[in-house]
Design a protein around this ligand. Structure first.
Ligand code: CA
Length: 685
């Protein structure tokens, strides 16, 4: 939960005073940037006045008429953390040790009205006759009160709350909407009205009360009945509870390396089964094909041009972390786990309830208690431990980021010559250190040659590509037919290792009784050249590099929506909005992706027919690229001097063998695609 110190509280007041509607993300942004000058800006004038027939319980000047107490009403000596400023009662929860009770006593037939304002993620409550009604930042709220969120204003704005109590049973209205039809107040009338100290900073003002006649009063009963009749109450049913969410992200896994994506060789039974029971997105693309920037895009639902992370060192800023899917779920009360490659600079400290996140690339080969252990097996054990610890009384989100099937960068012999790991592999695994138990997998098959891997095709490429990092890496992976066979098989074995870990996660979910309310998202951070075009690696916008698997398994979907294979072009920036919608949270307007939930539900909404791709990562031998892919065509340019363009008709030429950029018949299309790219380049910022 968000904690705000007193300096921040003053800033908060100034933000409120400005009358500007601010989102939680902007708030945190303001807090984290710091350095804001203090000034004497007062709060905005109180909205509304005390109605003539109501008694106001707060005087807007001090705490007269109120006393600090425990929840059971036992009076305490000091009202630390509670104060009156700018006409409102303020709670600084981090300092307060007590709740605050009004000395005014009211009957069981009355109307209580008050205004409240929450900081992001803050949590307080209103006691009526000893029973608490949870008052919160509802839009960023915990599951149990999330159904109020559509009627609540965002954190930082004032809300009006009303309890219309008849014979001890209240109709509760939030900003004029009935949110509870029959909410029984407590049975300790001597406690009157109280305000709870819980989490985060809170403000209350215009706390007022009107006694009603007893329930024999026909008008009062009619009033209640009318309110009930007019009510549009969000239903709280067991199905309303947000699902658990498991987000599985592999590293460098191209789209066609699952059985369910048509690969006849690779062995991925658990993922295939998940796809058959879930929804397979056949056309999922990354918005940039490299680890860190696209992982930031997955976290944030934003293009690199917006989030600005184009290297491996820059971490998510505190405000970006708060706006990411993990930050949003955490603020909403999810129990959070993270295992594996954090991928965007250093992972945050003391952030996850279960934290096995690591920076950088880690190593596949580990030595633990005198024995070899493979990183992927260690991570699968951690996933089981995490799911064992995950609570059953609140939703959880486990983000699990594989290292596999990413290569072990650098010279593999550096590891294989280590005496502890000598003899692990009977054949040289290239840079792809699979679990040695998979050594016999694929041994007897021959991997067909990669399309466009003929030397003549490579020779036709411009020089800057022939000398690029993609060729340097080709030399150490694919330079001979034998190296090609062993590298692809080792890469496939790592993916089979991924599949085995997924199987262990599924089994654990089943064992804990989570299987029927846990949504699983499986994707990768970018694709991979396996020798196509005489290249290795990723980065460039060819299909093998930008297209990735995406399977979403939602056990709550009815049978007729299982096993869908969606053809829409979906993107890495769609993951975060999808997760937020699954969790019942609003999608932030800063996100540039779209929720895939309507597609999961089998709907056919109007969908994107093109998307923008960019790769602005800095590297001396990796030229930057940008372009647009439509359903049929792809245009992009390498940002070399002068720019080098490629244009393909994907329908006629799925392997992108025939560059049409110089073809006279395609000049009109070329101009259109250039213009699209120019427009997108501006729009995605
Ligand atoms: Ca990657």
């Amino acid at each position: 939960m968000n904690r705000v110190d007193s300096g921040d509280l003053r800033l908060w007041r100034r933000i409120l005073a400005s009358g500007v509607v601010v989102s939680a993300a902007l708030w945190l942004s303001a807090f984290c940037k710091g350095g804001v000058q203090e000034s004497e800006i007062a709060l905005a004038p109180l909205a509304g006045e005390c109605e003539p027939d109501f008694v106001r319980l707060d005087n807007g000047q001090d705490l007269s008429g109120w006393y600090p107490a425990r929840w059971d009403g036992k009076e305490l000596p000091e009202a630390t953390g509670w104060s009156v400023r700018e006409g409102a009662i303020w709670l600084e929860a981090s300092r307060a040790k007590a709740n605050l009770f009004s000395r005014h006593r009211h009957s069981r037939n009355c109307i209580i009205r008050l205004q409240f304002c929450a900081t992001p993620g803050a949590d307080s409550g209103v006691f009526i006759h000893g029973k608490q009604f949870q008052v919160r930042d509802y839009p960023g709220s915990l599951p149990d009160t999330k159904r109020y969120a559509p009627y609540a204003r965002p954190a930082g704005e004032w809300n009006e709350l009303e309890f219309d109590i008849t014979d001890g049973v209240a109709v509760v209205k939030l900003n004029g909407h009935v949110i509870e039809k029959r909410w029984p107040v407590g049975d300790r009338q001597e406690l009157g009205l109280g305000l709870q100290r819980e989490i985060g900073d809170f403000a209350y003002r215009l706390i007022r009360i009107k006694e009603k006649q007893a329930s024999g009063d026909r008008a009062s009963v009619a009033e209640v009945r009318q309110a009930v009749a007019e009510a549009e109450i969000p239903r709280a049913t067991p199905g309303d509870r947000p699902p658990n969410i498991v987000v599985l992200v592999t590293d460098d896994q191209r789209w066609d390396t699952l059985g369910i994506m048509g690969n006849p060789i690779i062995h991925t039974p658990n993922l295939d089964s998940l796809g058959r029971r879930g929804v397979v997105f056949e056309n999922c693309f990354v918005v940039t094909s490299i680890c860190a920037p696209n992982r930031a895009s997955i976290f944030l639902g934003q293009y690199g041009s917006r989030h600005g992370i184009w290297d491996f060192q820059t971490p998510l800023s505190p405000e970006q972390l708060a706006a990411s899917y993990v930050g949003r779920l955490k603020a909403a009360g999810y129990w959070m786990g993270f295992i594996g490659k954090w991928g965007v600079g250093n992972p945050p400290k003391d952030y996850f309830d279960y934290d096995r996140a690591w920076p950088g690339q880690n190593n596949y080969l580990h030595w633990r208690e005198g024995k070899f252990v493979h990183l992927e097996d260690m991570m699968a054990e951690q996933a089981e431990e995490c799911l064992e610890l995950a609570p059953s009384d609140r939703p959880f989100c486990l983000s699990y980021s594989f290292k596999a099937p990413h290569c072990q960068d650098g010279d593999p012999n550096r590891w294989l010559n280590d005496p502890r790991f000598a003899g692990l592999y009977e054949r040289h695994p290239s840079q792809f250190f699979y679990q040695p138990r998979f050594a016999s997998l694929y041994r007897d098959v021959t991997i067909p040659p990669a399309p466009l891997s003929e030397p003549e095709f490579f020779a036709s490429l411009p020089e800057f590509l022939r000398t690029s990092e993609a060729r340097v890496r080709w030399q150490i992976r694919f330079a001979t037919p034998e190296m090609y066979q062993e590298t692809v098989k080792a890469y496939y074995r790592l993916i089979t290792g991924v599949d085995e870990a997924v199987g262990r996660i599924l089994a654990k979910l089943e064992k804990r009784g989570f299987a029927d309310r846990t949504v699983i998202v499986f994707t990768s951070d970018n694709g991979f050249y396996l020798g196509e075009r005489g290249l290795a690696g990723k980065w460039f916008p060819h299909e093998v590099s930008i297209r990735v698997p995406l399977v979403i398994y939602d056990p709550r979907l009815p049978a007729e929506l299982r096993g869908q294979r969606r053809q829409e072009m979906v993107l890495s920036i769609d993951i975060a909005p999808t997760i937020l919608e699954l969790a019942g949270l609003p999608i932030s307007p800063q996100m540039q992706g779209r929720s895939l939930v309507p597609l999961l539900r089998g709907e056919k909404p109007p969908w994107r027919t093109e998307f923008y791709y960019e790769h602005l990562f800095q590297h001396p031998r990796i030229p930057k690229t940008q372009g647009v892919r439509t359903v049929r065509y792809k245009y992009f340019r390498y940002l070399v001097d002068p720019p080098y363009e490629e244009l393909y008709d994907l329908e006629k030429d799925p392997h992108e063998a025939h560059n049409l950029a110089q073809d006279p018949a395609y000049q009109q299309l070329l101009v259109e695609m250039r213009e699209k790219t120019n427009r997108w380049q501006e729009e995605v910022k």
